[in-house]
Ligand binder design. Sequence first.
Ligand code: MF3
Ligand code: CO
Ligand code: CO
Length: 291
Amino acid sequence: MSHHGSRNDECWCKSGKKYKKCHWEQDEKLAELARKGIEIPPRRLIRRPEQIEGVRKASRLTAQILDMVQERIHVGVTTEEIDQWVYDMTLANGGYPADLNYEGFPKSCCTSINQVICHGIPDQTKLKAGDIINVDITCELNGYYGDASRMFVMEGATEEARNLVAVTKECLDLGIQQVKPFNRIGDIAFAVEQHALKHGYSVVREFGGHGICDKMHDEPFVHHYGPRDRGMVLVPGMIITIEPMVNAGDFHLKILPDGWTVVTRDGSLSAQWEHTILVTEDGYEVLTVTE
Ligand code: MF3
Ligand code: CO
Ligand code: CO
């Protein structure tokens, strides 16, 4: 009688369990939300255990590469050198840097310095004293993706720059704490933006996080601003990134003539941190960690 199939049939998720003992109850709840006009995930976004394990391994490699960057980065290195480190370590571990040739992106990672919000292209630019830089790495390993970024603060950075970096990390952590079944993307967005606003900062609107698994960018779009009652409902087995971009000035941006580099319109500093996150039965698991 159910439009989801019989309660005694095998569950659609291929667990081998009966539907009534597996996803039936959750599907009933989601159908009810959908009737109220709330966006619910299509089944393909509820990842199977082998997919989750694939993303976990790719994410672990991503975190290991960021650890390597963290050890080596210093004033005087060029962003192209950082890119080479990333390329070499990814390949040495059997992975591939997903950014390379992605929609024509020419390098293996994004390096975004000071007023650059995201998608900075590694080049001959040397890191200077006082710079803040985001290094964003997406690894593909055995067909699965992990995506994370961190800020690095060079010696001599102003108190103002350090504060922006620290508060943006807090925004990410507060966003992550909103990840649990039946919360919505808007709950993450609200937590992130309220914290940024409290410190006099603004949150970028045109770019956000994303679903991730066997593609770097999948549904849902993860915005980081606005009220709670927006966006897709979170369900165990979904994998998303949270990656707030926080500006010291206003949230407006422009894209440079290279077609990639996104900068603040007002020239103010910008910071970003990113993790890949699994929605679990009772909350979340951060996947872009080393153990
Ligand atoms: N790592 C970025 C993200 O967080 C995507 C990089 S896209 C590229 O979604 F084209 F710049 F590689
Ligand atoms: Co990224
Ligand atoms: Co991302």
